[in-house]
Design a protein around this ligand. Structure first.
Ligand SMILES: [Zn+2]
Length: 326
């Protein structure tokens, strides 16, 4: 989604330069920047190694140069080829052992990263987390107005960790790797969600599925973006919905712009660039219909986004059976 302008102001001075270098040298992470910054990003600034497995959400006002989540055309081609290969692998070696699933309940382990015991230090109440799970279940059931997906979510554990060296969670840092290496639990089907204050005003980031599970797998979400949190315009829980969409193999609706295969989903109209806030009548690609600003995989306000499409639901289930099913 987007960056938080207030936090951006607070953090940019000391962090921006070093973090940019960090991001550009880090293969696996995507971050979503804000509108102005996004359009100003020099060509190639988002370039990552082909093995891009992560994505992020930035709020309006965020810095586009921090958008590793926005994949290059080659990265998308590589990911699509990998999905096809994963499907073939399943067909060749696992048929008979595993029946493709039609419905999936995802166990969720929530790691609450804290600097100390105060709310400002990351100590959010359990009620926000249970409300987040409820928001996820409504969104993925289609009960907010979109297509129903195969997925539901079940909270299996809240793991509270006080560790100032992991706070805030800095995207692409060695501290993030240390945190995940120490804390990640469960198999490929287990969603590990890390909550905390985040670097650079980010709302969240996520890894895409891979054929081989690694410790970086999971989603990182701004703690105050949970329902009832303090992140104005981004506090209804849709950052979690968006990041988990990436974890289930969805791209942004604006991936690829107006041309080519876009987000690799046929029923999401192409979009030239991210939409922010909640624009009226936005139509940035002439041939494909109005921009999908109400889609969870755009960057609009939580109050503006409420749906996945049937095509996205299908893509997520295909990816689940290729990558994450037992
Ligand atoms: Zn994203």
């Amino acid at each position: 989604m987007g960056l938080r302008p207030n936090l951006l102001t607070r953090r940019t001075a000391g962090v921006a330069t070093s973090t940019l270098a960090l991001l550009l040298s880090t293969a696996a992470v995507g971050v979503v920047p804000a509108a102005s910054a996004f359009s100003a990003a020099p060509a190639g600034v988002c370039a990552e190694p082909a093995d891009a497995h992560a994505d992020a959400r930035v709020a309006k006002g965020g810095h586009a140069k921090l958008d590793p989540n926005h994949l290059t055309a080659k990265q998308v081609r590589d990911r699509e080829a990998d999905l096809a290969a994963a499907q073939r692998e399943r067909a060749n070696f696992r048929t008979g052992a595993v029946t493709p699933l039609a419905t999936v309940t995802i166990p969720v382990v929530v790691h609450v990263i804290q600097e100390n015991s105060t709310r400002a230090g990351g100590n959010i109440p359990d009620s926000l987390i249970t409300q987040q799970i409820s928001v996820l279940n409504q969104a993925y059931a289609g009960s907010t107005g979109g297509a129903a997906t195969a997925f539901s979510f079940q909270l299996s554990k809240i793991n509270r960790v006080t560790n100032p060296s992991w706070y805030p969670i800095v995207q692409g840092s060695s501290a993030e790797r240390s945190m995940k290496t120490s804390l990640r639990t469960g198999g490929k089907n287990t969603l590990n969600m890390y909550l905390g204050e985040l670097s650079d005003g980010l709302l969240g980031w996520a890894t895409f599925p891979k054929r081989t599970l690694d410790k970086m797998d999971g989603v990182v979400v701004l703690n105050e973006s949970l329902p009832g949190g303090s992140a104005t315009n981004y506090n209804q829980g849709d950052t979690g919905t968006h990041e988990i969409g990436h974890w289930l193999n969805l791209y942004h609706t604006f991936q690829g712009g107006c041309s080519g295969s876009g987000d690799s989903v046929s029923d999401t109209p192409a979009e030239a660039s991210p939409a922010y806030e909640c624009p009226t009548g936005r139509d940035t690609c002439s041939t494909t219909g109005k921009d999908p600003i109400t889609n969870f995989m755009d960057y609009t306000y939580d109050s503006c986004m409420y749906q996945f499409t049937a095509g996205q639901a299908s893509r997520m289930l295909t990816a689940w059976n290729a990558y994450r099913a037992a």
